[in-house]
Design a protein around this ligand. Structure first.
Ligand code: MIG
Length: 696
């Protein structure tokens, strides 16, 4: 059941697709107040918390899976420090699930402005959610189970984005690949060593002076030819596009943007200008449908060169500084010249410089044109990245309606999950960030973003061999499996390390599992379900399971529990029921160990990692391969502890169909029996397939 409550006069955010009439009565569970001292119109919702209540949601935010005890802000920002004291990063996903004894509901605030979430921070027995604008639709969702609640939220906000199947392959990325030569070398090093590979990301260095939709003709003389060569090798190029468009007469995207009146303007009607990588930039008005259409069409030159996937960056939008901000900063610095020698001058200079980027004043300087209304940016700030994702997705669809496209973004809002995936942004090569990546995944899934992943190995800082190995072991299971790192950090491609063969073996497991993981993903997406979720979703009566913060359910029948610490030779795992542990070393080298419900310490040497499968369920391995395109998904091996037999609905399609039918399913039935491993051939076009027990 979903109920809607309206406060003030809300903007249309595009997050919700179901039309629900607003309730006239009082909002249950919460008390509503209008705090004084804040912005006029501010409204606060206070909820009393029971000691046992668990809070999930808020999508891409920091701290643990259970958000209780922390403070968060819905305010999209280019935040490079993903530490527990930061309340907001790139996305705003205003969904909160409340789960406790006798209590299960979720609240979604459809509000594009600043929202703060005090979830037991000020008072451990209270959650206070505050909307700065006070103009919002609040949805209250109640269902019988956590999984039903998640489904109901997806029905409210629409089906998740479907990537092409090749996007489930391994992707290599690095800020700093600057030429065709660099890219060809990366591909050759992978192919030579049989490290599977499906894509290489091109970061801003491919562009001509950081101008969107251009490429450097000196270092990429024939992008189309390069792309064609790589495609023969089953590898795709995935270029980056930033939000800001360089202000420069004679540059096609700028000129046409001005002509189409597609850029955000200030109150006096002049263009809003702020510096990002290309220098002074204009910012497309992604809230305006015509501007979105114009922006989506700008991808054309890259599409004509054969590109089939993109990542969109800097779309919070990230602003280094505006003209006005820079002038103000210099005047503060000038005024301080006299004071040299003062003890506090250091702090004053630092704060003047430190507040240049992404400043609240800049976000109040420009406007969006929605219909015949002008809306000041800060009122709808959190929609900007989502608007860019939508503009891109719609442009790609116009160009190629016959297939699915890869698209993932840094900034987002609920609603963007219908148009693209997400990566988790600039993590650091820290062990803490491996755990953080895992903990963000189920909350991102809950908010609709199924296609996501982190920068494997860590973006900033120098990775270490063991950290990269353990990151890859998580990446085997994340829909987006991308190794990415920042410029001037240690080289992070698998082949740079002495133990590259072991890491390659890890990636081979991804490819052996790829048809199965794809099946799990597509079934989740097409049924409005979850690919990753907290253990509580399936074992909500088991208080131990409900508190687990470092294991995740994957799809219908699997659980992952990666090693998250350095120098570990194993880890503790909690099993809410009997499970088979598959301890992988490679696609063909693994142990099958049935484990009973309860606590276990499992041994996992550096290049070993587990997948747990519930009893009487199976997972499927294919023979593997070096690209998603060349995998054989008919010659399969079923792994499972199935004393009572198992049935699996194996979803397969051509990997590109933009409107796939959910019933492209082969029902695989495995007969009861003691053997844990059974090889068989699955008929591609037949609905049924029975695997006997080899002992039969
Ligand atoms: O200001 O394009 O999160 O993945 O490598 C940094 C350069 C801009 C931030 C992205 C990161 C990317 C980097 N970008």
């Amino acid at each position: 059941m979903i109920r809607k409550y309206t406060f003030g006069s809300p903007a249309d955010t595009g997050a919700v697709v179901q039309s629900i009439p607003a309730e006239a009565g009082d909002l249950p569970f919460f008390s509503v107040s209008f705090p004084e001292g804040g912005e006029p119109g501010t409204v606060a919702f206070t909820l009393n918390l029971n000691p046992e209540d668990i809070l999930w949601g808020l999508g891409e935010t920091l701290r643990g899976m259970n958000k209780r005890g922390g403070r968060y802000r819905s305010w999209n920002v280019d935040e490079t420090q993903h530490t527990d004291d930061r309340q907001n990063i790139y996305a705003s996903h205003n969904l909160l699930v409340v789960f406790g004894p006798g209590r299960l509901f979720a609240v979604y605030l459809d509000d594009p402005g600043l929202v703060t979430w005090d979830l037991g921070f000020t008072r451990s027995d209270q959650a206070v959610i505050t909307s700065a604008n006070g103009d919002l639709n609040l949805y209250l969702l109640e269902e019988e189970s956590l999984n039903e609640l998640a489904r109901s939220f997806r029905r409210l906000t629409g089906r998740s984005y479907l990537p092409p199947r090749w996007a489930f392959g391994y992707i290599q990325s690095r800020w700093g690949y600057a030429s065709e030569e660099d890219i060809r070398t990366v591909v050759a090093e992978h192919r030579k060593r049989h490290i599977p590979l499906d894509g290489v990301c091109m970061d801003i260095d491919y562009m001509d002076g950081f101008r969107n939709f251009t490429w450097n003709r000196g270092t990429f003389p024939d992008l189309k030819g390069l792309n064609a060569d790589l495609r023969r090798d089953h590898v795709r190029l995935i270029p980056i596009i930033d939000a800001g468009v360089k202000l420069e007469e004679g540059y096609a995207a700028y000129d046409s943007g001005v002509r189409e009146d597609a850029f955000c303007k200030k109150a006096d009607g002049s263009l809003f200008v702020a510096a990002v990588w290309p220098g002074r930039c204009c910012f497309p008005d992604f809230l305006n449908p015509e501007a979105r259409a114009w922006f989506g069409d700008q991808y054309r030159p890259l599409l004509e060169a054969g590109v089939e996937g993109f990542w969109n960056d800097m779309n919070e939008p990230s602003l280094f500084y505006s003209d006005e901000g820079l002038a103000e900063c210099f005047s503060v610095l000038d005024a301080r010249k006299e004071g040299a020698g003062d003890a506090e001058i250091m702090g004053a200079l630092r704060s003047a410089l430190g507040s240049l980027a992404n400043s609240p004043e800049d976000y109040r300087r420009f406007y969006h044109r929605v219909g015949d209304r002008l809306i000041r940016h800060d009122k709808v700030h959190n929609l900007y990245g989502a608007g860019m994702t939508r503009a891109t997705a719609e442009g790609l669809r116009r160009f190629g309606p016959e297939k699915r496209w890869l698209l993932f973004s840094r900034s987002s809002f609920v609603g963007a999950h219908r148009y693209g995936g997400l990566w988790q942004g600039d993590n650091i090569s820290w062990w803490q960030h491996l755990k953080l990546a895992l903990q963000m995944l189920p909350n991102m899934n809950l908010c609709g973003f199924l296609f996501c992943g982190c920068d494997l190995g860590g973006f900033a800082g120098d990775t270490t061999e063991d950290l990269l190995a353990r990151f890859l072991q998580l990446g085997v299971f994340t829909p987006l499996m991308r190794n990415h790192s920042a410029i001037h950090t240690r080289d992070q491609e698998i082949y740079r390390f002495s133990t590259w063969e072991k890491m390659r073996d890890t990636v081979t497991v991804r490819y052996a599992l790829l048809p199965f993981l794809y099946s799990e993903f597509m079934k989740a997406a097409l049924s409005d379900g979850l690919y990753f979720r907290p253990l509580a979703f399936d074992w909500s009566d088991d208080p131990r399971a409900c508190r687990v913060e470092d294991q995740l359910l994957l799809g219908e029948s699997c659980m992952i529990a990666p090693v998250l610490e350095p120098n570990a030779l194993g880890r503790s795992v909690y099993l809410p029921e009997d499970m088979l542990m598959i301890r992988f070393r490679s696609a063909v080298d693994y142990d099958l160990i049935p484990l009973e419900k309860g606590d276990h310490y499992v041994e996992l040497a550096l290049h070993e990692f587990p997948l747990f499968v519930r009893k009487n369920r199976i997972v499927l391995l294919c023979p593997g391969g070096e690209s998603a395109e060349t995998l054989d998904d008919t010659r399969l091996t079923a792994l499972g502890w199935i004393p009572d037999g198992a049935a699996y609905d194996f979803y397969r399609d051509d990997g590109t169909d933009p409107s796939p039918s959910p019933d492209q399913i082969t029902r695989i039935t495995a007969a009861a029996g003691p053997s844990l491993r059974r090889s068989f051939t699955a008929p591609k076009d037949f609905p049924e397939c029975r695997i006997p027990d080899p002992a039969e």
